[in-house]
Design a protein around this ligand. Structure first.
Ligand code: URA
Length: 434
C-alpha cells in the first residue's frame, strides 16, 4: 500500500469476508482506488466474492452505486424539449423489445436515450442487432445524441467509455471470477450506468426463467426491489416489470432475424408476445415519465397507426442506416424436426440462446465478430400442436460446421406431450414492482 492511500485493500476485504458492513469512506476509496489501478484485480475479485457470499445492506449498495457513478461523467438532458424515459432489460433470449419500444415511446412524445451494449454469452446485444442494418452507426457524440433526441425522440447508441468506468472494469472482472450473480453487484452495475446517463424516469424489465440471470421469481423480485430503491433514492422515477424468460420471446433469436421481427411488429404484425410486452413496457414508461402531454396517449394505437414505424425509420436514418435495405441472410440453414405427434409443452430459452450463440449470433470473447444472419427461427411456440417430422426450428449460419454444436445445445430443449396436454400457464408479465 502506498503511504498516501486512506485504506488498506486487505482490511476492506477482511471486513466483508467476516460479514461486516463497509464504511462509506471505505467504499468510496475502494472503487476509486480500483479505477486508478491501486487496488489490484485479485483484491477486487476477493472483495466481489465476499460481497456475493455475505451480501450488502441497502445503504452500502446505495453508496457503492454512487461511488461507481462518481468514477466517470454524468450526462445532462435538461436542455431537451421532451421529458426523458429509458428502459433496461436484464437480458434474455430473443429479447428484441428495445427495437420497437424506443420508436414507439418517441412517437408518444417522449425522448428515449438508450445507451446499449454488445452481447456477451447467450443473450444478444441490441447494438449487434442494429448493426445488421446497412450503414447504421452505433457510436455518436454527445451532441449528435442530443440533437437526435430532440428531433426524432429516440436514440439507441453505444455508451461512451466515460460513463461509470469503474463498472466497466468490475463487470469484466466479475465475468471471469464467478461473481456476476450477486444481487448488490448486478443492481449497482445496472443502476450506476442508468443514473449516470441522466434519464428522468426508468422502467426495468427483470427477466425470470431459464434464459435469464435470475432463475426464480423471488430472486428476481429482490433484484427488482433493490434497483427500484436505488433509482428512486437517486431521484429517477423507477419501476420494474418481472417478465417470463422460460421460453424465447417471439419467434427469432439472432441479429438480423430479430430486426426483421421487430419491423413486423412496427408494421402492425409480429408475434403476440412481442407485441404484448412492447405495449406493456411503453405504458409503464409513459406512467413513469408523468409528462402532462402524454395523458390519454395509447401506445397500442400508435403501433397500429404506423406512427411508431415512422419514428423507427427516422431513428435508423439519423444514424446512417437505410431502413429499406435488405437484411443479411445466412448462407446455410438446417431444420430441427418435431420428435413426435402431440403438443409442444416446453421450448427452453437457455438452450435456444446457446444454439443461436454457437451458430455465430453471439460472441465468446468481447473482441469476436458476430454473424449478422446467424440465429434460430422458431416455427412453433409452447401450446402448439405438432406432428412428428415437421420443422420446429430453422438454424441459420454462414459457417455450417457450427450446426453440430448448435444441435447438441438443443438436444433436450423441446418437450412434446401427448395430444390434449397443455403447457403450464405463464403470462408474459409476472409481477410489477414500484
Ligand atoms: N448487466 C449489467 O450491466 N451488469 C450486471 O451486473 C448484470 C447485467
Amino acid at each position: 500500500m502506498s503511504g498516501a492511500e486512506a485504506f488498506d485493500a486487505v482490511d476492506v476485504i477482511r471486513t466483508k469476508r467476516d460479514g461486516g458492513r463497509l464504511a462509506d469512506a471505505q467504499i468510496d476509496w475502494v472503487i476509486d482506488a480500483y479505477t486508478r489501478g491501486v487496488v489490484a484485480e485479485e483484491q477486487m475479485a476477493a472483495l466481489a466474492m465476499a460481497i456475493l457470499l455475505n451480501g450488502m445492506e441497502r445503504a452500502e449498495i446505495a453508496r457503492w452505486t454512487s461511488a461507481m457513478i462518481a468514477s466517470g461523467e454524468r450526462m445532462d438532458f435538461s436542455s431537451l424539449s421532451r421529458p426523458t424515459v429509458d428502459k433496461h432489460s436484464t437480458g434474455g433470449v430473443g429479447d428484441k423489445i428495445t427495437l420497437p419500444l424506443a420508436p414507439l415511446v418517441a412517437a408518444c412524445g417522449l425522448a428515449v436515450p438508450q445507451l446499449s451494449g454488445r452481447g456477451l454469452g447467450h443473450t444478444g446485444g441490441t447494438l449487434d442487432k442494429l448493426e445488421s442494418i446497412s450503414g447504421w452507426r452505433a457510436a455518436l457524440s454527445n451532441e449528435e445524441m442530443l440533437r437526435q433526441l430532440d428531433e426524432v425522440g429516440a436514440v439507441i447508441c453505444q455508451a461512451g467509455s466515460g460513463l461509470a468506468p469503474a463498472d466497466r472494469k468490475l463487470y469484466a472482472l466479475r465475468d471471469v471470477t464467478g461473481t456476476v450473480e450477486a444481487i448488490p453487484l448486478i443492481a449497482s452495475s445496472i443502476m450506476s450506468k442508468k443514473i449516470a446517463e441522466g434519464t428522468g424516469a426508468l422502467v426495468l424489465d427483470v427477466k425470470v426463467g431459464t434464459g435469464a440471470f435470475m432463475k426464480d421469481i423471488d430472486a428476481a423480485r429482490e433484484l427488482a426491489r433493490t434497483m427500484v430503491e436505488l433509482g428512486t433514492d437517486a431521484g429517477v422515477r423507477t419501476r420494474a416489470l418481472l417478465t417470463d424468460m422460460s421460453t424465447p420471446l417471439g419467434l427469432t433469436a439472432g441479429n438480423a432475424l430479430e430486426v426483421r421481427e421487430s419491423v413486423e411488429v412496427l408494421a402492425g404484425g409480429g408475434p403476440p408476445d412481442v407485441v404484448e410486452l412492447t405495449v406493456a413496457l411503453a405504458r409503464e414508461m409513459l406512467e413513469a415519465a408523468q409528462a402532462p402531454g402524454t395523458a390519454g396517449v395509447d401506445p397500442a394505437e400508435l403501433l397500429a397507426s404506423g406512427a411508431a414505424m415512422d419514428a423507427w425509420r427516422a431513428m435508423i436514418a439519423a444514424q446512417g442506416g437505410d431502413p429499406d435495405a435488405a437484411l443479411p441472410v445466412a448462407r446455410h440453414t438446417e431444420q430441427v424436426l418435431a420428435p413426435a405427434d402431440g403438443v409442444l409443452v416446453g421450448l427452453d430459452a437457455l438452450a435456444v440462446g446457446i444454439a443461436a450463440w454457437r451458430l455465430g449470433a453471439g460472441r465468446a470473447r468481447k473482441e469476436d465478430a458476430v454473424q449478422a444472419g446467424a440465429g434460430v427461427e422458431l416455427h412453433a411456440k409452447p401450446g402448439a400442436e405438432v406432428r412428428a417430422g415437421e420443422p420446429l426450428m430453422t438454424l441459420h449460419t454462414d459457417t455450417p460446421e457450427r450446426f453440430e454444436r448448435a444441435m447438441a445445445a438443443l438436444a433436450d430443449a423441446v418437450v412434446v406431450a401427448p395430444a390434449g396436454s397443455r403447457p403450464p400457464e405463464r403470462p408474459i408479465v409476472l409481477d410489477r414492482v414500484t
